[in-house]
Design a protein around this ligand. Structure first.
Ligand code: URA
Length: 242
């Protein structure tokens, strides 16, 4: 697969095994089509999903793919693992090895996990400045109280990285259950934030990412493709920490 974006002359020279200077005459002869249009500019950007034809031969035809899965416990959020099943192993589709994970969940965490072959989309989801809130239902060992809400909204200092976490929302649902909304995805972030109170996580389930809510009827281990509007609207949120 092509890197995320490249210039047309570089793309063609790589695919045809000829020098970049030889591409201009091919353009002048109208022999290269990009997304159904005759290409004229050597500097035209070719994206990962541009459809490129040369003399009726298809050089690139990658379809973007976006999948939601209800991750079960005991499965690794990785593309390969020597000891355990991965979320990729749970997919039935043939192109599963071309997908990557957009936002990992820990081995024993459950819920919404997204898989895609679109690096731009997964990067957008992970940038805290885009304020895409990931919401989790979390069950803890010890009783919660108001001080958790204040600490989460102020941010908690992580010694290892030397950073303070971005403001997060914590809503107490019952004495030992809360909902947490975060824009970041640091390693074991929720466990470590609750670790600040010496409170252990018993269950951690991701319910949503941005506007996208995990389907209620998707059983653990099941997955489905996202619609175009789900893909496009996932980021259109006015996430607010209360
Ligand atoms: N925070 C965690 O600690 N674990 C997860 O799986 C997700 C967020």
């Amino acid at each position: 697969m092509t890197s995320a974006r490249t210039r047309l002359d570089r793309f063609m020279s790589q695919h045809l095994g000829i020098k970049r200077q030889k591409i201009r005459p091919l353009l002048a002869q109208g022999r290269i089509l990009v997304d159904g249009c005759v290409a004229r500019d050597v500097q035209q950007t070719i994206h990962q999903f541009s459809h490129v034809i040369f003399d009726e031969q298809v050089l690139q035809d990658h379809k973007p793919c976006y999948v939601m899965m209800n991750k079960p416990k005991g499965v690794v959020s990785a593309t390969k693992d020597r000891h355990h099943k991965t979320v990729i192993d749970l997919l039935k589709r043939e192109d599963r090895h071309t997908l990557h994970i957009a936002g990992r969940l820990d081995f024993n965490s459950t819920g919404l996990i997204l898989l895609t072959n679109d690096g731009r989309w997964s990067r957008e989801l992970s940038i805290p400045e885009n304020k895409i809130y990931k919401r989790y239902r979390v069950e803890v060992e010890k009783a919660l109280d108001e001080s958790y809400i204040r600490a989460f909204s102020k941010g908690i200092y992580f010694n290892y990285e030397g950073i303070t976490t971005k403001p997060a929302a914590l809503n107490i649902i019952s004495s030992h259950v809360c909902e947490i909304s975060l824009t970041e995805g640091r390693y074991h972030q929720i466990k470590r934030m609750l670790g600040h109170f010496q409170n252990a996580v018993l269950e951690l389930h991701r319910q949503s990412v941005g506007n996208l809510i995990l389907d209620q009827d998707l059983l653990a281990g099941q997955s489905r493709e996202l619609s175009k509007s789900e893909v496009n609207n996932i980021c259109n949120i006015e996430g607010k920490v209360n």
